[in-house]
Structures are given as structure tokens and as C-alpha cells.
Design a protein around this ligand. Structure first.
Ligand SMILES: Nc1ncnc2c1ncn2[C@@H]1O[C@H](COP(=O)(O)OP(=O)(O)O)[C@@H](O)[C@H]1O
Ligand SMILES: O=P(O)(O)OC[C@H]1O[C@H](OP(=O)(O)OP(=O)(O)O)[C@H](O)[C@@H]1O
Length: 190
């Protein structure tokens, strides 16, 4: 049986990396793989389970067909290694830290995609981004503006196949809801 592609999206600072880190052992128990992304960001960037490459290295990987999915955002390039297709074909679930802007293209390639939209109250989000301290305040404002364009539009425009996970509360609660959604479906996990 083919595995499920699970596409975790949400604003910068909503907690995608934190959620993946916290859920990692329990996802592994379920045989669900978390993709290590390739990003044109330095490898030492805090909180990112990714391979950092130069723009030239990224272009070379892309040219040789190294990515199943790729996109650009926030001045960076992101690639999802093509190995995910082997894992899916072998029946493994695969979880990707994805892009909201790239959702339509991802759905085209993977029509049975399961989308998890992580949401956070906007005021809490601003506090978390400032506390994380990875970007300048100007960059944080740009990320918040980008966020405003997406969330309502996604929730109203999608419906089937899109599960909303709120991460305004403790991370452990979000981990439990994520696992419940994967095990039993969203409606069973209010
Ligand atoms: N449920 C939570 N409660 C409190 N802080 C959180 C929670 N989830 C994430 N954070 C914090 O918010 C910041 C942004 O989280 P991060 O995982 O880097 O988000 P993203 O990957 O979506 O950009 C980090 O400093 C992280 O520790
Ligand atoms: O289209 P969007 O939904 O806005 O997403 C654009 C990119 O930003 C996030 O990555 P990144 O890890 O750089 O940012 P984050 O850690 O701040 O979320 C996300 O995972 C996408 O790769």
C-alpha cells in the first residue's frame, strides 16, 4: 500500500519545527518519516532540521532531479529530496514541513495529500517570533504580513483534506492532537 504524504503548513513561528521535534519519536514508532529539507540557509540556523546548502549547490541538485518538490520563500530556496517517492511507494507515511504558497502545486503532484494547518493567535505568534530571535524585527513584520494573506483563505477555500491544528496552547497538547489526527482522523480529535 502507498504511504500518505502529510504536509504540515502554517505561519512562520507557528511551531512547525517544534512540533516535528517534539513528535519525532512517536512518529518514528508509527513508521512515519520526517523529511529533512534542503535549504539555502546556513546549517547552523537554530531550530531547523535541514541540510544547509549554497544557492549554487541547490541549483545543481535541482538540475539533476534531486527534488520531489521545491519552492522559494522568504528569500530562500527549499527542496524536498526525491527519496520521499521511494518511501511513499514502500508504504511509509512521510511528513513534510511545507509551504502554504506551494500547496496547489504539491496537491497536483500528490492528489491524496493530507494537509495539516498549524494556527496560532496573531499576538502570540508575534511574541514567539520575537522571542525566537532568528530574524530581524523587519523580517518578522514581513513574515507576519505574509501570514495574514494565507490563513483565512486556506481555511475557507479548502475543506476536505485540510485539518486545522491550533498551537496557541502547550506544545504537548498539539503533539497529542497531531497523533490523534494521524491515527483516527480529525473529527475524532477535538
Ligand atoms: N506551543 C508552544 N508554546 C510556546 N512556545 C512555542 C510553542 N510552539 C512553538 N513555540 C516556540 O515558538 C517559536 C517558533 O517555533 P518554531 O518551531 O521555530 O516555528 P516554525 O517552525 O513554524 O517557524 C520557537 O521559539 C518555539 O520554541
Ligand atoms: O509559503 P509559506 O507557508 O509562507 O512558507 C514558506 C516557507 O517558510 C517556512 O519555512 P522556514 O522554515 O524558513 O520558516 P519558519 O521556520 O520561519 O516557518 C515554510 O516551511 C516554507 O518553507
Amino acid at each position: 500500500m502507498v504511504g500518505r504524504l502529510i504536509y504540515l503548513i502554517g505561519p512562520s513561528g507557528s511551531g512547525k519545527d517544534s512540533l516535528l521535534d517534539a513528535a519525532r519519536p512517536r512518529l518514528a514508532e508509527r513508521g512515519c518519516r520526517i523529511v529533512r529539507r534542503v535549504i539555502t540557509r546556513s546549517a547552523e540556523a537554530v531550530g531547523e532540521a535541514a541540510q544547509g546548502v549554497s544557492p549554487q549547490q541547490f541549483a545543481a541538485l535541482q538540475a539533476e532531479g534531486g527534488f520531489a518538490l521545491s519552492w522559494q520563500a522568504n528569500g530562500l530556496s527549499y527542496g524536498i529530496p526525491r527519496e520521499i517517492d521511494d518511501w511513499l511507494a514502500a508504504g511509509q507515511d512521510v511528513l513534510v514541513n511545507g509551504s502554504r504558497a506551494h500547496l496547489a502545486q504539491t496537491r497536483e503532484r500528490y492528489p491524496n495529500l493530507l494537509v495539516l494547518l498549524l494556527t496560532v493567535d496573531q499576538a502570540v505568534l508575534r511574541q514567539r517570533l520575537v522571542a525566537r530571535g532568528r530574524e530581524s524585527l523587519a523580517d518578522i513584520e514581513e513574515r507576519l504580513a505574509r501570514n495574514a494573506r494565507f490563513t483565512a483563505q486556506l481555511i475557507s477555500g479548502n475543506g476536505a483534506g485540510l485539518f486545522v491544528l491550533d498551537n496557541s496552547g502547550p506544545l504537548e497538547h498539539t503533539v497529542e492532537r497531531l497523533l490523534c489526527c494521524l491515527d483516527h482522523g480529525h473529527s475524532a480529535c477535538a
